[in-house]
Write a protein that binds this ligand. Structure first.
Ligand code: KG4
Ligand code: ZN
Length: 334
């Protein structure tokens, strides 16, 4: 079975072909970073317009790279939510129309479920059940995964998502958008002993997160201290250390409460070097195992959508022509 995957939920146009007999056969990404950079964040209207321009050529390119043709496709999977409404509608309308024209099924995929499944595209994969930490620009979720499609939410951010906090702290330090990777690189030059930021919500029971206070802490520190390059690096380091430590503490707690021994970490922030190292250390400590997607599949991409759609079709999920894009769509309702 060959599934075409389409991702247009935010600022990347992603397309891929997944073949159930071979695995991932082709994937292409068009990033809108240059388009939004001058505004310091994603401008939703510009994002939608750009998806309209990029999507068809990217589908053609990916189909060619996969050495297949439209008629050989068995299904089309597209991101139906959560995300920016206008951006979602581009992939949804195109995905469903193409499927209708080809008389094949179309499946609306949940973007965070796709992130969660991205490590399954690697060689060494987890077995069910496992704990999943999903850390993206819009969501921070701790999920107990019992089987494909069965997700119990254990914790989430009560305010900013982890990626959002990275982007905001990067912005206040004058770094370019998206801030996550740049802030992470800057943190490597920082001194971990100079500032100590709090580990939010770790001193009370529960598995929820809060990151907006860390952003304020970073801003207050920047306002008091000298405005030089080393200070910026030291603030970046204190922020990254606090985020990583918080995730270690909460994951350790969740593993203990659930008795799970495998941890899946996915979403844009899972590309973060310091976080990967910290969580690998944790899983060594508890004699468990951690699974990440390869860095290019941590951030948004079409491959994870094609794969998540394939699993849904294999599970015999069917959808009517009456489609819906869902900017808000809780994972646990799947
Ligand atoms: O999953 P993703 O591509 O899009 C959403 O679904 O939101 O995640 C994007 C987020 C951005 O906030 C970006 O700054 C962050 O992931 N990010 C990182 C890194 N790479 C991407 N944050 C920290 N370190 C990184 N290396
Ligand atoms: Zn994403």
């Amino acid at each position: 079975m060959q599934v075409l995957g389409i991702e247009t939920s935010c600022d990347e146009t992603g397309v891929a072909v997944f073949d159930s007999a071979i695995g991932l056969v082709a994937h292409h990404l068009y990033s809108q970073v240059a388009l939004h950079e001058q505004y310091g964040g994603v401008v939703p209207e510009l994002a939608s317009r750009d998806h309209v321009q990029r999507l068809l050529p990217l589908i053609k390119k990916t189909i060619a790279a996969a050495n297949t043709d439209l008629k050989s496709l068995d299904a089309i999977a597209y991101t139906a939510g959560p995300g920016l409404m206008g951006a979602l509608l581009v992939g949804t309308a195109l995905g469903r129309s193409l499927a209708y024209a080809l008389s094949i099924p179309a499946i609306g995929v949940h973007h965070m479920e796709a992130h969660l499944l991205a490590p399954m595209l690697e060689k060494d994969i987890p077995t069910y059940p496992f704990l999943a930490l999903l850390v993206s620009g819009g969501h921070t979720l701790l999920v107990h995964v019992t089987s494909p499609g069965r997700y119990a939410l254990l914790g989430e951010s009560v305010d900013d998502a982890a990626g959002e906090a990275f982007d905001k702290v990067a912005k206040l330090l004058g770094l370019s958008y998206p801030g996550g990777p740049v802030l992470s690189a800057l943190a490597e030059k920082g001194n971990s002993k100079r500032f100590h930021f709090p580990r939010p919500m770790t001193d009370r029971p529960g598995l929820n997160f809060s990151f907006s206070g860390l952003k304020t802490f970073a801003r207050n520190t920047a306002n008091i201290e000298a405005d030089d390059a080393q200070t910026h690096a030291d603030i970046a380091r204190a922020f990254v250390d606090a985020v990583v430590d918080t995730f270690i503490i909460k994951c350790r707690r969740a593993l203990k409460e659930t008795g799970l021994q495998q941890l899946v970490v996915a979403g844009g922030v899972s590309a973060n070097k310091q976080l990967r190292a910290g969580l690998m250390g944790l899983m060594d400590e508890v004699a468990g195992k951690v699974y990440f997607p390869r860095p290019e599949f941590c951030t948004d991409n079409g491959a994870m959508i094609a794969y998540a759609g394939y699993l849904r079709i294999k599970a015999k999920q069917k959808e009517t022509l009456n489609f819906q894009a869902r900017p808000r769509w809780p994972l646990a309702t799947l």
